[in-house]
Design a protein around this ligand. Structure first.
Ligand SMILES: *Cc1c(COP(=O)(O)O)cnc(C)c1O
Length: 408
């Protein structure tokens, strides 16, 4: 008899986005001809920029010729891309990260989930609430939790509520974690962490020999110069943090797939006897055993975002989304909502009026304004009563959606 991994049975009904999809489809079926504006799922709407497309084509051409054809590449990614990332994403900001500390992958979703398997089963894991649901769900799948309790929290995870009171920045937990997921700029709240804030976490991790798993998927959307883009801008962070980066939101790669994880050579974790081990060695072992690299044309296309032309083009797209965010934030505030985020992140985090529940507001917005957003409660119990609007949308739709919400 074949047995299942029963940890999967602990997972709470479905992933957030299928439920949104179900409700939207139902509405569309019942109301043909009504134009629904989707600002729900965090997916980009603008195409790949010209430099990326050109490099992508060239990569495909190289694959079409015997002389330049490539089979399996290095599992960690091609040197040209790792080098370009080290120089442009880190060294240019005064951060000392080298190419051999960068591991190319096909997504940060996979990396944030997969990273757990190189760490021991007994690690206590701290996770913000609300946040990207992948951290908690993959912790459950890995069997590191008990069941989900009535309050929506899984037994065994240390939750760090992020609310308006703490400006959506988690406080140091009372129970000491071994692994700490931090996501800044944050999905869904749009909150960012200052240098002082991040230093507090780096010091805390240093003191406790914990490791910070820093998700910087939205660093490219930071507009305030004083906000760090990388946790390695904080002294001592290389000893206590690894960092996830993705081209998905940065450069419209959600359908193209390319991300990377930075694991500094000096980052160590311990065996039961207390001996230190290089984390990058374990990740390298995992990567080479379970992953065969990202396709060559995609890596070639990715490297193009670090050329002078590519940088300008990518920045123009980011500016477009951030102008959406500015318009949305202003309009929603004028409509009388309490609004957060949207200044250094492509998400606007809105408090519903009169204590309305997140899903209730979702239905109201869908039915009365035909606008789709994301219920805050889908990101964790502390997100109840909030709603996320994504700035990844076409300008005309943003303007129309804001007009409709004003007239609600
Ligand atoms: C979108 C997103 C990612 C990126 O995932 P990919 O698999 O690289 O597309 C990572 N973290 C957060 C918080 C995200 O919202």
């Amino acid at each position: 008899m074949a047995f299942i991994n029963e940890n999967y049975l602990k997972l709470q009904a479905g992933y957030l986005f299928p439920e949104i999809g179900r409700r939207v489809n139902e509405f569309v079926k019942a109301n043909p001809g009504k134009k629904v504006i989707r600002m729900g799922i965090g997916d980009v709407t603008q195409p790949l920029v010209p430099s990326v497309v050109k490099a992508f084509h060239e990569g495909v051409e190289e694959m079409a010729n015997k002389e330049s054809f490539k089979g399996y590449g290095p599992e960690q990614g091609y040197g040209f891309l790792r080098e370009a990332i080290a120089v442009n994403a880190f060294n240019a900001r005064g951060v000392d990260i080298s190419a051999d500390e960068i591991f190319i992958s096909d997504g940060s979703k996979c990396d944030t989930g997969n990273i757990q398997e190189i760490f021991g089963h007994d690690n206590k894991i701290a996770i913000g609430d609300p946040v990207y649901p992948v951290y908690a769900d993959t912790t459950v799948m890995a069997g590191k939790t008990g069941v989900c309790q009535p309050n929506g929290y899984y037994e065994g995870i240390i939750y760090m509520p992020c609310t308006a009171e703490n400006h959506f920045i988690p406080e140091l937990p009372t129970e000491t974690p071994d692994l700490i997921f931090l996501c800044f700029p944050n999905n869904p709240t749009g909150a960012v962490a200052s240098r002082e804030e991040l230093k507090k976490w780096v010091d805390y991790a240093t003191e406790n020999k914990s490791i910070i798993l820093f998700d910087a998927a939205y660093e490219a959307f930071i507009t305030n110069d004083s906000i760090p883009h990388s946790i390695y801008e904080i002294e001592g962070a290389k000893k206590v943090a690894l960092e996830f980066r993705s081209l998905s939101k940065t450069a419209g790669f959600t359908g193209t797939r390319l991300a990377y994880t930075v694991i500094p050579n000096e980052l160590v974790a311990y065996d039961k006897k207390g001996n230190p081990h290089q984390v990058s060695k374990l990740w390298n072992r995992r990567h080479t055993t379970k992953f065969n690299g990202v396709s060559y044309p995609v890596q070639k296309a990715a490297a193009a975002i670090f050329t002078e032309e590519g940088k300008k083009e990518v920045q123009a797209v980011i500016d477009y989304y951030m102008e959406n965010a500015r318009i949305m934030k202003k309009s929603l505030a004028e409509t009388g909502f309490e609004v957060f985020g949207g200044e250094n992140a492509p998400y606007i985090w809105v408090k519903t009026k009169n204590g309305m529940k997140s899903w209730e507001f979702f239905d109201k917005l869908l039915n009365e304004a035909n606008v789709v957003g994301t219920p805050g409660s889908g990101f964790g119990p502390a997100g109840e009563g909030y709603f996320r609007f994504s700035a990844f949308a076409d300008r005309e739709n943003v303007l129309e959606a804001m007009e409709r919400i004003k007239n609600l």
